[in-house]
Design a protein. Sequence first.
Length: 179
Amino acid sequence: MNDYSDDDEFEQNDDSNEALGANAKIKQLREQLKEAQQKRDEYLAGWQREKADAINSRKEALADGDRRAAREKMSLIEDLIPVLDSFDMAAGSESWSEVSDGFRTGMEAVRNQLLDVLSRNGVERYGKVGEQFNPRTEEAVQEVSDAPGEPHSVVRVLRYGYKMGDRIIRPAQVIVKSA
């Protein structure tokens, strides 16, 4: 004979049903947790992409500003160079010696200030009589054979050249002694 009664069987079934219900609830909660984790991962990935995009946009905007400033700086430098050419032409003319000393000194001071401004901004002026002609940085406007100096040397600078680092802003125009 069984020591269990029908009531015991019913209680066991109740316990089994509760266990099955709890297992189903745990399974459901695990699925919900998995879905929540997937959504969290999607939101996190989206947030990280947006953050990276914002950082990249900010970097790009700064780089654009730097490039714009460099272009504007170069434009100003290119506008100043012809002014220096005018000073050089005036100082090289025969009538320059007829100008009063005070005026000449003032004009030379302004010219030197302009050269200093360019120098502080990384611009170097070049072109010198007696130096070897460099076709990468100078334009030979004319060749002469009857000038003193070494062959292929600069005998006269018609227009100075300007460069910033390795970048030639404007090549020097020179007269070169032929070989």
